[in-house]
Design a protein around this ligand. Structure first.
Ligand SMILES: [Zn+2]
Ligand SMILES: [Zn+2]
Length: 841
């Protein structure tokens, strides 16, 4: 198969030879457009008057709308969407709400990077119906490949709203001419620009094995949007028409609003209140005359395109007849200020949708922009609070995205913790830098220093400068850094070796309705070595973090069960004594199933309880349920304290004792998403057009295929064992439920009994007594080692202070050990202290 790039190139040539077949040329001709070919980039384009150059800024001489927009009535950022959506509503489109920017429904990416992501993979593949058809959506997208251009070019963003115009239709209903007319009506009636101000560029698009033509639209050097027609899919030998053809028009809301205002940078149009406030705080002024001259050339400073960024500055300065030093002095602080505003807005969306900065995957991107913003604040010693900037964005965006105002306190807390982490990294790195700059620092070394120690390259450069050394920072440093972890989600997606199961139907799963059903009859469809596929089964395969069932088929032990696609495979301990097409009987180990089921339902309960106690940023990052114990990994920006853990446990047990019904049902994906929102994908992306919903009424709703109880009271009891930070931004909560919880509670009781006997105190007095024991043991050991005088009396234990929380956890914390080692450890200290006492007089 061709790569997307090759497919695009080949198809583009084909479409150029037959434009009438692939573009809405009849509409264009009706509107008075003629076809031309650009003498620079050789692209075909459509214009109302003969010209030799297309409207790409590189071919046509940069932006020509600044201070000079052809739009008669300018619109604010918010108004631009309102006007767009009301116009499209009138012509038959349904405006829908944005999706979260965290792409929980997709296994391959962290962030939504385009409006079409909302509908991939199931709507685009035709498996699931779209939420409306045709539709328009203001979708916030995050992209981190332009981080270094943000602020400086006046046009780049890490977070932007892509206005999507989408239709999903079988070939006979797909009406490309109409879609084109619709977007053209936005340019004419919405923005109110004349045809002689519009240029359409013919192009082609390819992605994920699909491809088709597309039409970009420009005005005065600015690309306003791109209408993509996904028509074909590649096959191993050639290509074929898609069953569902997709209209994918994407248009930056930022660009359209900017264009209608013609301000010098888009930031002034997109977040006017925030820019104004930041200018007031910092005293940075916009020199509007200089900006007016500078901005048309700002795109020359695009780090992706400029060969030598210093040369580019010189070129721009000469073009606008300014002194390069003065130009930099005025522009660079301003671009820092714009970056702070821009990055805060992206953070606001991401944090509000439940993401957290960290050092892995998508969280890493957030940390990069957060630290980039903080480093500007530090560099200029500005008195800017990022959380206040977020508040400013939330209030400006309220008419469009009211949900952004809901979690501002939690967001402020996250940013505060991040700021502390940043400060402590900075201190640590100062100490390192002294040593570092003695060596030659390569680009890879800079990347590695940022990646593993969080050292910002600008700090290295500044320190080096003091020693008269120069360090060169790669011009797109932050984009390269962001790239380092962006593939992790994809790679974590492992698969086991595939069996040849061609031609087999989906296995009918019998475990969804009743977790107590334990025996069944089935037909054997396929045997490969010890692997057995049945037409139906009650065996739960390992999935969603829940261990598989064990049991037997025709009295032969089943040791493993897994899923390959929609087919469930049973692994026997020996070669099956039955054959394909036989009828067999199977049974699972019901005790094990019950324990796993209790652990699974408890996992949902803990997730809900943790969110209630710790905040709305709590999301599942992973989970595992075995018969012995379970754990839930949650996203959290710091460690969970013992006190918080106790509150979570208490609330979880309240949910158990409240006897809340657990509803299990299959629902069309769309209905479920509409009813419950995208947070249902706590366990990650779930395939299929119908998804299983597990709902604990008013407590928790998730898309989950696991076995579940009918009522929370069947969990019987939940006991949290511990919480450990397993990586930056992720805390693991280990717990047990049901029979295992009772065992643990008995064990705890036993441990407490033993400790209180060894220490000769009440249970509540154990922590203080252990602390005293530890201190006096250290004192005695030191005295003996150094042959110092110490009296027996000094080593007597007498503390009686009482403790109100989790006694075992507290005691374990004092001794820095696990609760299960406490009895042994305390006994050893007591024995040793006793022998020390014998040694002193
Ligand atoms: Zn051109
Ligand atoms: Zn689940």
């Amino acid at each position: 198969m061709l790569t997307d790039k090759e497919a695009k190139r080949i198809f583009k040539e084909k479409a150029s030879r037959e434009p009438d077949k692939y573009y809405a040329t009849s509409v264009l001709r009706q509107e008075g457009f003629i076809r031309e070919k650009c003498i620079h980039c050789k692209k075909f384009f459509w214009t109302t008057k003969p010209k030799k150059e297309c409207d790409d800024p590189a071919c046509s001489g940069g932006f020509r709308f600044i201070g000079n927009t052809p739009v008669k009535e300018s619109m604010s950022y918010i108004e631009t969407w309102k006007k767009f959506s009301s116009l499209f509503k009138k012509i038959g489109y349904t405006p829908i709400k944005r999706y979260p920017v965290v792409a929980r429904w997709r296994p391959d990416v962290y962030w939504v990077g385009a409006s079409i992501y909302d509908f991939q993979p199931y709507v685009v593949s035709g498996e699931v119906k779209p939420p409306a058809n045709p539709l328009v959506v203001p979708q916030i997208c995050l992209r981190f490949n332009d981080v270094d251009n943000v602020g400086i070019t006046g046009a780049h963003y890490t977070g932007f709203v892509m206005v999507g115009q989408h239709a999903f239709q079988p070939p006979e209903k797909y009406d490309q001419d109409q879609y084109f007319r619709d977007i053209h009506s936005w340019l004419k009636k919405g923005l109110g620009i004349k045809n002689n101000e519009i240029t359409f560029h013919e192009d082609a698009w390819a992605g994920g094995g699909n491809f088709g033509p597309c039409m970009e639209f420009f005005s005065r050097g600015l690309e306003l949007g791109n209408q993509v027609y996904m028509l074909f899919e590649q096959t191993p030998s050639s290509y074929r028409e898609l069953n569902i053809k997709v209209l994918d028009m994407g248009m930056g809301l930022e660009r359209n609003a900017w264009f209608s205002n013609g301000t010098s940078t888009s930031y002034e149009t997109v977040f006017p209140t925030v820019v104004k406030k930041l200018c007031n705080i910092t005293g940075v002024k916009t020199d509007s005359d200089l900006m007016k001259r500078f901005l048309p050339y700002a795109s020359y400073l695009n780090v992706d395109e400029a060969e030598d960024i210093d040369k580019a500055w010189l070129y721009v300065a000469s073009k606008i007849k300014a002194d390069v030093k003065e130009l930099k002095q005025k522009i660079i602080p301003l671009s820092a200020l714009y970056s702070i505003a821009e990055h805060s807005r992206s953070l606001l969306f991401a944090l509000s949708d439940g993401a957290l900065p960290s050092n892995i995957g998508g969280g890493y991107n957030l940390r990069v922009i957060l630290r980039r913003a903080l480093s500007f604040i530090d560099k200029y010693e500005w008195d800017i609070s990022l959380s206040e900037v977020c508040n400013g964005h939330a209030s400006y965006l309220r008419p469009l995205f009211p949900e952004l105002s809901e979690n501002l306190d939690a967001i402020a807390k996250i940013i505060d913790v991040e700021r502390q982490k940043y400060n402590s990294t900075k201190q640590k790195s100062r100490q390192m830098i002294g040593k570092l700059i003695k060596e030659k620092i390569s680009k890879d070394r800079l990347l590695q220093l940022y990646d593993s120690h969080g050292i910002d390259p600008n700090m290295i450069r500044e320190e080096a400068l003091k020693l008269g050394k120069s360090v060169e920072i790669p011009k797109n440093f932050y984009a390269e850094v962001s790239e380092l972890h962006s593939r992790e989600k994809k790679e974590a997606f492992e698969e086991r070796e595939k069996l040849d199961l061609n031609g087999l139907n989906e296995t009918k799963a019998l475990y969804y309705d009743d977790y107590k059903k334990h025996s069944f009859k089935a037909g054997v469809l396929k045997i490969i070595k010890n692997n057995v596929v049945l037409d139906q089964t009650i065996f739960y395969p390992s999935s969603g973090g829940q261990d598989h069932d064990t049991g037997s088929i025709n009295n032969q032990d089943v040791v493993d069960v897994f899923k390959q696609g929609n087919i469930i495979v049973h692994v026997l301990d020996n070669k099956p004594r039955f054959k394909e097409k036989d009828g067999v009987e199977g049974a699972i180990d019901l005790d094990k199933r019950l324990q796993l089921t209790q652990h699974h339902t408890a996992t949902h309960i803990i997730n809900a309880a943790a969110r209630k106690i710790l905040g709305p940023h709590i999301n599942q990052a992973g989970a595992k349920k075995t018969t012995e114990k379970a754990h839930l990994d949650v996203t959290h920006y710091q460690s969970i304290t013992n006190e918080e853990l106790e509150r979570i446990e208490k609330l979880a047990n309240k949910i158990v004792n409240d006897k809340i019904p657990v509803y299990l049902s299959f629902m069309p994906r769309n209905d479920a998403e509409k009813k419950y929102g995208m947070n249902i994908y706590q366990g990650g992306a779930v395939p299929g057009k119908s998804i299983r919903i597990v709902e604990i009424k008013n407590i928790d709703v998730q898309a989950c295929g696991g076995t579940h109880l009918k009522n929370t009271s069947d969990v019987e009891k939940i006991k949290i064992l511990r919480a450990v930070k397993i990586q930056d931004g992720v805390v693991r909560i280990e717990f047990v439920a049901g029979g295992r919880a009772k065992e643990e509670i008995d064990k705890t009781k036993g441990t407490l009994d033993k400790l209180s006997r060894i220490l000769n105190v009440d249970e509540a007095q154990i922590p203080a007594r252990v602390e005293e024991l530890f201190t006096k043991w250290k004192k005695a050991r030191k005295a003996i080692k150094k042959a110092k005088q110490i009296s027996k009396k000094e080593l007597e234990l007498k503390s009686t202070q009482r403790f109100g929380g989790d006694i075992l956890a507290k005691t374990a914390e004092i001794l820095k050990t696990q609760p299960e080692h406490l009895v042994k450890t305390v006994k050893r200290f007591m024995d040793e202290l006793e022998s020390f006492r014998k040694k002193v007089n």
